[in-house]
Write a new protein. Structure first.
Length: 304
């Protein structure tokens, strides 16, 4: 029986561990040939290790699939071109890009350094652009292609100490939407997923009180492999017509997120002054203000 993505060639960044690994393995099981991209860095982006990417390639081959590894950094524009060229050289084409790679440099904002900021954006946002731009040229030639980008509820809702990560992940939402709009005439699709999963990206959550330990136990139920089915579906031809959307996956739940649209309005035919705004804005619009919530405040129920 043919798999969901049989005959496709997929590139998955950050595929040596966690969510990326689960996606790469399922893509291969569903018939895709896979380029496993991972420099093998630490969670903060330091260091390099070819082992994780090669290990995933080994798993895919052992199961009868086809895969190659790349340990080039996606933060470098020329490396993105090289990764795509390697996919074409090995498999003849490229059909799917999953932008998953990322690092963390969590700091409360007034202590965040420029390198904390720029290094996170380089991998998440600039890396996603580099890879998407390199793939877009190939997708345009073949008049087809699918992008799946990982965003985060930290960006969509909020979190403490993550201004860099939130900005990068919200930027990815804009990038995905722009690709969906610009490239639809070439039959390309672009969507985002906000994943909930227990990976090394969140395994530093403190767990000292009984409540904190219970929360961590609930997180641990959300394995990285749970993100893969929706990713593979969105990458497949079965998802034709689905583009520019933001989804979420939390254990066995799939969410569709709304996107910013005007929800209330006030106007004056004689125009505004600061004083007039002060007299009217709060009373008219404040009931619809978005509260300063964190992701855990919004998704407060146990994973299903």
């Amino acid at each position: 029986m043919a798999g969901t993505v049989s005959g496709k060639v997929a590139i998955v960044t950050g595929a040596g561990r966690g969510i990326g690994r689960g996606i790469a393995l399922l893509l291969a099981r569903e018939g895709a040939r896979v380029v496993v991209c991972d420099i093998g860095a630490g969670l903060d982006g330091a260091g390099a290790d070819a082992g994780p990417a090669q290990d995933v390639v080994g798993e895919i081959k052992q199961a009868g699939g086809e895969a190659i590894a790349s340990t080039l950094s996606i933060a470098e524009t020329e490396n993105a071109e090289k990764i795509v060229a390697a996919a074409v050289a090995a498999f003849g084409r490229v059909d799917i890009l999953v932008n998953n790679a990322g690092i963390l440099r969590d700091r409360i904002f007034h202590r965040m350094s420029w390198s904390d900021w720029s290094d996170v954006l380089d991998v998440h946002l600039h890396g996603s652009f580099n890879m998407s731009r390199a793939c877009a040229a190939r997708f345009r030639e073949q008049n087809s292609g699918a992008f799946v980008h990982m965003t985060s509820t930290s960006a969509l809702v909020g979190n403490f100490g993550q201004a860099n990560y939130m900005a990068a992940k919200f930027g990815i939402v804009g990038l995905s939407r722009a690709i969906a709009l610009d490239m639809q005439r070439f039959k390309m699709r672009s969507n985002c997923i906000a994943p909930f999963a227990w990976t090394r990206m969140i395994d530093s959550i403190p767990a000292e009180t009984p409540e904190e330990k219970a929360r961590v136990a609930r997180f641990q139920e959300m394995t990285p492999e749970k993100i893969a089915p929706l990713t593979v579906y969105l990458a497949s031809d079965r998802a034709q017509g689905i583009s520019g959307q933001i989804f979420g996956v939390r254990n066995n739940e799939i969410f569709l997120f709304n996107q910013p649209r005007a929800i209330r309005t006030i106007h004056r035919s004689d125009g505004w002054t600061p004083e007039k705004i002060d007299q009217q804005l709060r009373g008219a619009l404040a009931p619809s203000f978005t509260p300063l919530e964190r992701s855990s405040d919004v998704f407060s129920w146990d994973p299903v």
